[in-house]
Design a protein around this ligand. Structure first.
Ligand code: HBI
Ligand code: FE
Length: 292
């Protein structure tokens, strides 16, 4: 491997002085420039997470991982990932420096381009980072882009995002993405399983989301989720559960506008709040307090 300097992260977190190479914020992955240390960090994360997810990841995640060139030995090459995804679900992976502006993000998703962070977290920060890196995006999100329902849902989310800005409903739509694509659970024959990338790529939250008595686990309801705020720097206080990934497909065909209006007419919910109409699968103790 080359001894080039490790990729530094950039993106919105780099601050206002950051200017993207291109208006769509894409960059070349420059796979050849990853250092031996960066590949080693990937290997550590991949092996640890793959072992942990046995019996925890949903069937579609396991199936997607099996059909993609994602392995322990090296950070995946986005060109190879796109070669597999494109003929199957029309998706391709584009490299970005980190978080990109909402409208850029939505436009990529609406055109079936998934923006994946090029950088990888440093060895001393394996368990938390402020921006999506290549492990979060490729290990967490990409396997489910082979699932037709998820593939259509994420494109619909992008299209919806571009529309939601005119309706002033971006926050409500972002909550739908958060509580599904990032932190969703799905009920399978063997029990609750992980499909959200934020959980699937997290060593600690993959255990917390399924095993801890602290969080609520509530049946997914679109209007309910649109009203529910979320926390970005700690475990979720509630996880929302769908019965099948195909349920996301139904969401993709819903006209969100009237749902936005209905949800906006009702008070917002705090992350750990339960409502009388909730289908509570397990009531949490709340023992994991924010930041404790
Ligand atoms: N950019 N690269 C990247 N990845 C994301 O998940 C992301 C983003 N920009 C905006 C964003 N997510 C959210 O604010 C939107 O889903 C609302
Ligand atoms: Fe993500």
């Amino acid at each position: 491997m080359h001894d080039a300097t490790p990729h530094v992260r950039h993106g919105l977190a780099a601050g206002a002085d950051f200017h993207p190479d291109r208006p769509d914020w894409t960059i070349d992955q420059g796979w050849e420039n990853y250092t031996a240390e960066e590949h080693a960090t990937w290997k550590t994360l991949f092996e640890r997470q793959t072992a942990l997810l046995q019996g925890r990841a949903c069937a579609a995640f396991v199936d997607g991982m099996r059909h993609l060139p994602i392995a322990a030995d090296a950070i995946p090459d986005f060109r190879r990932l796109s070669e597999v995804l494109l003929p199957r679900t029309g998706w391709q992976i584009v490299a970005v420096p980190g978080l990109v502006p909402d409208e850029v993000f939505f436009d990529h998703l609406a055109n079936r381009r998934f923006p994946a962070g090029r950088f990888i977290r440093r060895p001393q920060e394996l368990d938390y980072l402020e921006e999506p890196d290549v492990f979060h995006d490729v290990f967490g999100h990409v396997p489910l882009l082979l699932n037709p329902a998820m593939a259509d849902f994420i494109q619909a989310y992008g299209q919806g995002g571009l529309r939601s800005r005119e309706l002033g409903a971006l926050d409500q739509l972002a909550r739908v993405y958060w509580y599904t694509v990032e932190f969703g659970l799905v009920r399978e024959a063997g029990g609750l399983r992980i499909y959200g990338a934020g959980i699937a790529s997290s060593y600690t939250e993959s255990v917390f989301a399924l095993d801890s008595p602290s969080p609520h686990r509530v049946g997914f309801d679109l209007a309910r989720v649109m009203r529910t705020r979320y926390c970005i720097d700690d475990f979720q206080e509630s996880y929302f559960v769908i019965d099948s990934l195909d349920q996301l497909l139904e969401l993709a065909s819903v006209d969100f506008a009237p749902v936005y209006a209905a949800a906006a007419a009702q008070p917002e919910c705090a992350p750990g709040e339960l409502l009388p109409q909730d289908q509570v699968l397990s009531r949490g103790t709340g023992s994991h307090r924010h930041g404790s």
